[in-house]
Design a protein around this ligand. Sequence first.
Ligand code: MG
Length: 287
Amino acid sequence: MPPTTVGYKAAAMHRILAAALVTTVTPLLTAQNPGYTDTPALPGLGWRVHDAARPRPPVVDPGPAPAQPMPAPADARKLFDGRDLSQWGGKDDRAQWVVRDGYMEVNGTGDIWTRAKFGDCQLHVEWATPAEVKGDSQGRGNSGVFFFGRYEVQVLDSYENASYADGQAAALYGQMPPLVNACRKPGEWQTYDIVFIAPRFTSDGALQSPARVTVIHNGILVHHDQTLLGQTNHRSLPSYAPHEPTGRIELQDHGNPVRYRNIWVRELQLDRQTGPASSTAPATGGK
Ligand code: MG
C-alpha cells in the first residue's frame, strides 16, 4: 500500500477517533444549548445535573442598580465594608484579592473565606461581573458564594449569556435554577440576600434535616425555602457529609475578575420563636 494512502487512512481514522472522543467526553456543550446529557439524574427532579434540556428561567429586568451600597442593619456583622480583608482568610492564611475604591476583586490568588464561622444566617452580598465581557457560559463572570465552604449559590454573568440552567447566576449550583433570571448587565452592581438554614446531623453523623435556602436576587425572590440535596458539585450528584453546626462562608476565585462590596451577615436564632418543648429540635420552618 503506498505510503500516501496509509497516511490518508491514518489521518481519516484519527479524525473519526477524535470525533468519537469529543462525542463521548463532551456530549453536548454548544453556545445555543450548553449543558450535559451524560450526567446522573437528580433524585426526584427529573433532570440531570447540568441538564442541557432543562429550561432556562425567564428573564426579568430588576430595574436600575442601587447607586450606593445597601445600609447594614444595626445587628449585622460587617464582613467587608470596602476597606480591607481583615475578616477573610485565603491561600497561605491570607486573603489576597485586590481591594480598591470600596470593592474587592478576584485576582487569581484563590478562594477566600470568612475567619468567623456561621450557621443559620442572613447574608447580604453585592457583586458585579466584569464590564468587559470575555468568555461565555460558565467562563463569563464566574464566582460563587459558598456556605460551609460547600454549598454554592452561583455567581455568573447571566446577562444574555446562555449556560445550563442549574449553573446560571443565583442557581443552587448543579441542583436548582433560580425562579427567574434577574441579572443586571455586566459591570453593574447586583445584590444577593440569602437566608441559609444549615443542615442538622445526628451525633452518629446521619442527616437529620437538610439545608434550606432562600435567595433574593436584585430584590426579586428566586428561591423560596429551597431544600439542598447536599454539597453542590460539578457534574456529579450532591450528597451530604456530616460537618460542624457552623462553617465559613467562602467566595470563589474561578479565574474571572468579579468584584464584591458591602458584605454583611446576621446570625439567626430561630429557636427564639419556639417553645421550650421544641427548643432542642432542629428548625424546620414551623407550621
Ligand atoms: Mg461558581
